[in-house]
Design a protein around this ligand. Sequence first.
Ligand code: CDP
Ligand code: MG
Length: 698
Amino acid sequence: MANLPIVQYEEKIIETVEQNPVVVIIGETGSGKSTQLSRMFHRRGYSKSGIIGITQPRRVAAVSVARRVAQELRVQLGEEVGYAIRFEDRTSDNTRIKYLTDGVLLRESLANPELNQYSVIILDEAHERSLNTDILLGLMKRLVRLRASNLKVLVTSATLDGNKVSKFFSDCPVLTIPGKLYPVQIFYSNERPSSYLESSLKTAIDIHVGQPEGDILIFMTGQDDIEKLVSKLEDKVQALEEGSCMDAIILPLHGSLPPEMQVRVFSPSPPDCRRIIVATNIAETSLTVDGVVYVIDAGYVKQRQYNPSTGMYSLDVVQISKVQASQRAGRAGRTRPGKCYRLYPSKVYEDNFLDVTVPEIQRSSLAGCVLYLKSLDLPDIDILKFDFLDPPSSETLEDALKQLYLIDAIDEHGTITNVGQKMAELPLEPSLSRTLMEANNYGCLSQALTVAAMLSAETSLLSGWSKTEKKRKHTMSNLPDGSGFGDHIQLLQIFERWDQSDYDIGWCKDNDLQVRGMLFVKDIRKQLSQIMQKIAKGPLDVRAHGKSEEKQGYKNLRKALCVGFANQLAERKIHHNGYRTLGFKAQVVQVHPSSVLKPDELGKFPDYVVYHELIATPRPYMRNVCSVEMRWVMPIINKLGTLDVHKLSGGLGHIDEEPEEKAPDLPKKGANVAAIPDDRKSQIQAARERFLARKGKK
Ligand code: CDP
Ligand code: MG
């Protein structure tokens, strides 16, 4: 390990950290930031007064790096070195070095705002600019004032604009660790390929056949494409004439890979064998794969984008930024001079690629984030004035406030409610936490816990789920069908069947359900139950009991879902099977073809539904849909009518110091016109911009 660049700078790093509460460290990917900094502070005794915490935006990275460090220190994972990710905690009282996702650290700060258990907090991979890391950056600013004497904060990154972060933390020092990257030769293609998959395939085989030894790393946009390419590569390599070139092993690398498969990527290649690693963006900076000499970069990444004006998420394949392209190329020059094949013309790179990646905070729904900040109840924190490295748009903040109001998490003055306070304690999106709270009132908590757990399992449950529609229908045939009420009910029924089988692994296999995924659901469910018991301060009936509500048409559960998903409600268009979303912006949407909700014998869909997610693919679809009844919907429509965004955003009044910037209150409006008029919006926007400009000057 001593040869990793960061270790050679130990004295300098410790000295700087001794003298400053916050230090930014910029070091090339692979320089040892994630694995070595924590060890360094441990060695230097910082772990005596508290835990050394290192955040990672990605779950896999947290697990993989913790495992690696435990190995290096020859300790058992979960003892001195452990990790905590959502729904999975592998730490103990002995843990001194703790890897955790940024989301988990945020949760911890809810229970203990001063984070007193930590002596050092390292916000790693800050260049990823994940939403949670951005919030943490703001919180750390406050924390280092409060705990100046006994907390050290480090912000580390491969590419981040160090000066920007330094400015944010009152000009804290920036240490740049010179990396030892070898030169990487870049090749551009003459035009964009019609299929980036085929083009990657061809390039990889050309390299394998024609170039000297060295592993190949290929960037793909997602698991499906990775699986396709891996199987095509296997066929091609098999078909090569025996002895014409060296052997090759082909390895996938993505976030939902089982741990035992991930390990293979980090073990060195067998002699006389070339490894071809087909990876998602995860290999760009979060996981360093040694031995790579050739990189194939098609220039794409899959990105979730939220559009606050439609409330719609889209999972788009978008062009990477120039910074990302250079990170990808850099992966080829870690051990010796390498080559990077860009499957796009240099003109596209120059003219079309953004310089830097858009931070997640500017492309996410902020309902969860706003609820979290409100629940912190820190006298010196106001969400609308919250100090973000890059502030989100006022439209996104308003969208979040409206959502939270509709599900009773904040009142009409924008103050967090009792319900909201409890919701924030659940590690779930606000709509699901609200559903759980309501289900508890209706005596169907047990069922709601199951639905929330099924929706929260990060891996897909059906083996064929992500594949074609045909395959899914086939695999679904023996499973319950939601009894005409939709996907949430189907998820409940699947789990209840499994419960009745006594959690039989064979039953999962027979039904083509992923065993690992189902076991994870069971575990999540248990954890959520425990949190609910804690919130309710008393025992609740959370046992899964099969078929409990079936006879009543799952009324209570659907009613609870209707309350929790009040902002995700749609009404069927008359004489038509399309829907129109109710809420601030009406959208015309369809039920996603993968839904189990089908038209009845008269060819009609239910009049009202709630949906888990709106996705543009590119037609707007509702995914995971559950039928609800009109009498449950009416109170929500009435509430929409009373919405006054000016009051809600209370803090905006603060921002407008000049009285003339305050417009008269909005008149009460009906459901369909509840959206804020444009002039009003631009006033708010203008006020916010003035405020930000003033702040920027300070
Ligand atoms: O964080 P940074 O990119 O600066 O580097 P790192 O993740 O600490 O990696 C330092 C070295 O440890 C690299 O050579 C990695 O290949 C190696 N490593 C590993 O072999 N297995 C892991 N799970 C993580 C890192
Ligand atoms: Mg790292």
